[in-house]
Design a protein around this ligand. Sequence first.
Ligand code: ATP
Length: 300
Amino acid sequence: MNTILRLNNLTKKFGPVTAVNNLSFSIEKGNVYGILGPNGSGKSTTLGIVLNVVNKTSGDFQWFDGTQSTHEALKKVGAIIERPNFYPYMTAAQNLELVCKIKNVEPVNIDEKLKLVGLLDRKNSKFRTFSLGMKQRLAIGSALLNDPEILILDEPTNGLDPQGIHQIREIITRIAATGTTILLASHLLDEVEKVCTHVVIIRKGEKLYSGPVDQMNASFGFFELMAADSERLQALLLDHPAFGKVIQKGDLVTAFLEEPLEPETLNAYLFENGLTLSQLVKRKESLEEQFLLLTNEMTA
Ligand SMILES: Nc1ncnc2c1ncn2[C@@H]1O[C@H](COP(=O)(O)OP(=O)(O)OP(=O)(O)O)[C@@H](O)[C@H]1O
């Protein structure tokens, strides 16, 4: 696989605030990456550093094979990290022609890109008549004019209505299908799940998880149990090698699995040790619950 971008122990401090803390991950060609984290977790700062608009404090990053300067490499990157800004009195097509002039690319792709973002039929409408969703789509079309290797988007659906959100997500999927690598920042787990193949979860600038989105839900689940003798129940669970954390709230004992275990096997183990259960339920955290557990765990 070709590496598009590699971050090595990247750190950014704004005075006493460490916005990005020792962050390392890499972006491989052809995937759709989400940087997922709550507000203020350092997503925009990370994007700003690799796009050369924010100075890093320490660590480094490397674009492509590392042989070009960042300035040269960024010519192969399309990025939208601010609210889309075009000339309001010019049409969509005229604005894109201007972008072509600025980027020094032939204006041959304009219709193709407008079509990709669903704006071909509005190419002669003035920018000021566009909805926020259309403005965002035009910005995506504009960022694609030079056929970049990677498209970078910061919170691409922020402020849009459900229809606008759906359109943007569909367009991102369409662009990814053409082989363009995508890196987007989002605070929405649901968005990353829907659009991305890979995720880097950060909190307070630190990486909590990185890997394929479909392996995020790799928890073995947990049991919710009740027995008349809950102290003995807890002791037996803690003795069993499959369990990690065991917590009790009222009469309910929750035991988290660190390896697979079937309810029948657990029931038989407890019965053989002289304990009968009044309740046995096996559950798995939803992705949402796991994300919250992961991001809250580091609060302390
Ligand atoms: N120019 C700046 N000066 C001082 N502090 C900053 C600056 N830019 C960002 N920060 C701080 O760095 C931290 C990370 O901010 P950043 O904008 O990167 O997070 P984010 O994950 O993109 O959040 P959001 O989605 O809210 O933009 C925050 O504590 C923020 O207040």
